[in-house]
Design a protein around this ligand. Structure first.
Ligand code: PLP
Length: 517
């Protein structure tokens, strides 16, 4: 019976998905609708003898019950299609992931762990969460004797905070890469006047940095600071850094100081799963990740932690890892309530995808595209932090082009290329970043290859050239920059024409799940 129910539920959703298409084309809505409607609804009535839903807010389609909101969603969908998405943390997830996200799983409360819930009715939810756990381990080639996993964190930030809460005492010491140097807020960001991240409020944070000249992480300085600061936890993780991390070196520094080593592979977890860059699992005690960046799954977080023997004392006594209860209990009941079961199902299917040859090809292409992007921009005279990339992103230093991050980001946005301004090595102020971060995961999902990236380089270069002209008139302030464009018919025309070209180019590449969602 459960199979039939699942099918019914799925079919009903399929009917709705198809109606989401922006294009009324010859899409098989009518045919599918008719078929599914007659088969599955009759079936469902036979099973439940359930009366037809007549309440319109409960069972009406979104476009009927809330056309205002639906209209905005449609515009966002068109924006995603028409633009070149180069924000390094973004991706276009797959149809199966989108389908999981809008299932009935969303309705269920399941606080606790599989087979130990605080609510009844969780037999299938347990099956799904166990599947998500197993597949998460498989995606990273981990054995369940050595590694445990928690798939309940709502996203990357809560995952990180759960680790700190679980394994570091209040006001214990944490070291992470500084935010302006490419680290993440949750790694403990604070400024001279304010503790910004909760990590720096509830724990004592001491950042490490990149070398201002080379742009590479300054491991020697990290080692020196760690000897003084004696952290409980060192974080190896990046949001904007185009090189592979030296996990072995991190491990040595952690061991020297009796610290745990945690990798936050949020940005690179797809590359790691595909084996195209070194794996943090070889050296780390704990690994956290988001599942929606290069991994291309749902918006969610996952924590991996070591199990079993941690070390053996001189007298032969084994010291065991004790992360399992600490981390699981930190996630729930420490920080979270009911798990998002629709997201956990989506993690399960994303992790399955991550073991396929297509996924490995995709990740290889992501890196090739980032390298092509890097070479293309360099050949047009732009400076790239560290001079290259081994991952999915690059950091372009705009100073030698006579620009800063804000007008560069703005002109690209006006031309329908999405990216973000970012501090570059040596920047004095986090408020006035000198660069932009560009990533290839989303474009690669849409099918762009190296030759297409050459076109993208050309579009970026043309956009930035307009920004240079504008800046000559406006000076460096963003407000002046915007006003200068606003007041100039000539600049507006140049931008408009380029934007048209970019959008018609972008629209030639498909998006996963576009027809359905
Ligand atoms: C994106 C990111 C996170 C946070 O993820 P959210 O899902 O946005 O909370 C954490 N760590 C790193 C390194 C990230 O890049």
């Amino acid at each position: 019976m459960s199979n039939i129910l699942a099918k019914t539920c799925y079919n009903t959703l399929t009917r709705k998905f198809n109606r989401f298409s922006l294009y009324p084309s010859v899409n098989p809505v009518q045919a599918v609708y008719g078929k599914i409607h007659s088969e599955s609804f009759d079936l469902s009535r036979q099973i439940h003898s359930s009366p037809t839903m007549s309440n319109s807010i409960l069972n009406g389609n979104l476009w009927e019950t809330d056309p205002e909101l639906f209209g905005i969603i449609k515009k966002e969908k068109e924006r995603q299609r028409a633009g070149l998405e180069m924000i390094a943390s973004e991706n276009f997830t797959s149809l199966p992931v989108l389908q999981c996200l809008s299932t009935c799983l969303h309705n269920k409360y399941s606080e606790g762990m599989p087979n130990q819930r605080y609510y009844g009715g969780n037999e299938y939810i347990d099956e799904i969460e166990i599947l998500a756990q197993q597949r998460s381990l498989e995606a990273y080639r981990l054995k369940s004797e050595d590694w445990g996993v928690n798939v309940q964190p709502y996203s990357g930030s809560p995952a990180n905070f759960a680790v700190y809460t679980g394994v570091v005492e209040p006001h214990g010491r944490i070291m992470g890469l500084d935010l302006p140097d490419g680290g993440h807020l949750t790694h403990g960001f604070f400024t001279a006047t304010k503790k910004i991240s909760a990590t720096s409020i509830f724990f004592e944070s001491m950042p490490y940095k990149v070398d201002a000249k080379t742009g590479y992480i300054d491991y020697d300085k990290l080692a020196e600071t760690a000897r003084l600061f004696k952290p409980r936890l060192i974080i190896a993780g990046i949001s904007c850094y185009s090189r592979c991390l030296d996990y072995k070196r991190f491990r040595q520094i952690a061991d020297e100081n009796g610290a745990y080593l945690m990798a936050d592979m949020a940005h690179i977890s797809g590359l790691v799963a595909a084996g195209v860059i070194p794996s943090p699992f070889d050296y780390c005690d704990i690994v956290t990740t988001t599942t929606h960046k290069t991994l291309r799954g749902p918006r969610a977080g996952v924590i991996f932690f070591r199990k079993g023997v941690r070390s053996v004392k001189a007298n032969g006594t084994k010291v065991m890892y004790d992360f399992e209860n600490k981390i699981n209990q930190s996630v729930f009941p420490g920080l979270q309530g009911g798990p998002h079961n629709h997201a956990i199902a989506a993690i399960a299917t994303a992790m399955k995808q991550a073991t396929t040859p297509e996924f490995v090809e995709y990740q290889k292409q992501v890196v090739k595209n980032a390298q092509r992007l890097c070479e293309g921009l360099k050949s047009r005279g732009y400076d790239i932090a560290t001079g290259g990339t081994e991952v999915h992103l690059i950091l372009v230093d705009m100073r030698s082009a006579g620009l800063t991050g804000a007008p560069a980001e703005r002109i690209l946005e006006l031309c329908s290329i999405a990216c973000n301004k970012n501090t570059v090595p040596g920047d004095k102020s986090a408020l006035h970043p000198s660069g932009i971060r560009l990533g290839t995961p989303a474009l690669t999902t849409r099918g762009l290859k190296e030759a297409d990236i050459d076109r993208v380089v050309d579009f970026i270069d043309k956009s930035l050239k307009i920004a240079q002209q504008v800046t000559k008139v406006s000076g460096p302030k963003l407000a002046d920059f915007n006003r200068t464009i606003e007041e100039s018919a000539e600049f507006k025309k140049q931008i408009h024409d380029l934007r048209e070209q970019i959008e018609s180019y972008s629209k030639t590449f498909p998006l996963p799940g576009f027809e359905a969602y």
